[in-house]
Design a protein. Sequence first.
Length: 272
Amino acid sequence: MIDQLAKNLISLKKEFAKTYDGNSQMQEVIPISTSDLFQIKQQDLELLHQFATKNPIYYNSYEKIIDDTKCIVYEGDINKYWLNSIQHGSSNAPFSPTWILSAYVAILMAKDLGYSEVIDIGSGDGRIAFCAKVLDMEAYSIELDESLVDLQKILVTTLDFHPFCSNAITFDYESLNLSSPVFFIGGLAQMGGVALATGVIENIVSDDLRKSAGWVFAGTLSQKYAPDPKNEAGWGTLIENNKLKKIKIISLPTVWTFHETDETPYIFAESI
């Protein structure tokens, strides 16, 4: 069901990309109501729309029927936050978000795999952690940039996903009393993601936490990046070096793949 939902979302994105005639820096869509193609609880959809309407990165929205699905199109601009996010000396990955609905589908997969807590590393505006709360999981967002954390504080008035303004590489994860967590790493491997993920993994000193933790890495198939010799969309070497194994890959639309033919592969991994 989750794999089919992801495929339906990709089809919706491709049709939207063909017909979109705006000039917004970023754009995404969310269906208005549940349907055969998007069998998502109506309450969940409404919460996703609330996230978008309250989020200051979106400045315009309108209804549009895309491939027989009635949607809301959200247009936004992340330049201000992107620039802020790269000014920190210890920043490993600039802010560039996935689609809200992609975050929801990725969390659905994490929940289906048995995880109960989500830690959104380099969380940006907190959309992954927010979606975890929509799906009744506990969630924590770790973000270095203060302006993005201030943005998240606007959004936690709907659902509190516990934002922390902190360096994820030095954050005390033991203090969260995690039992079955999954860490979402914000950033492509080639854009600082490997350094970020390596720092977080090395900071987890508890053997029990390391063994119980799952990991989700955003990969890329773009030819502009040198391929990882171990593959896995840029993450193969890190996965092997840290004694992890791939358990699932799901491809989903993101802001940076809107004009691309390939979507973003999300690699789910766990300890061997």
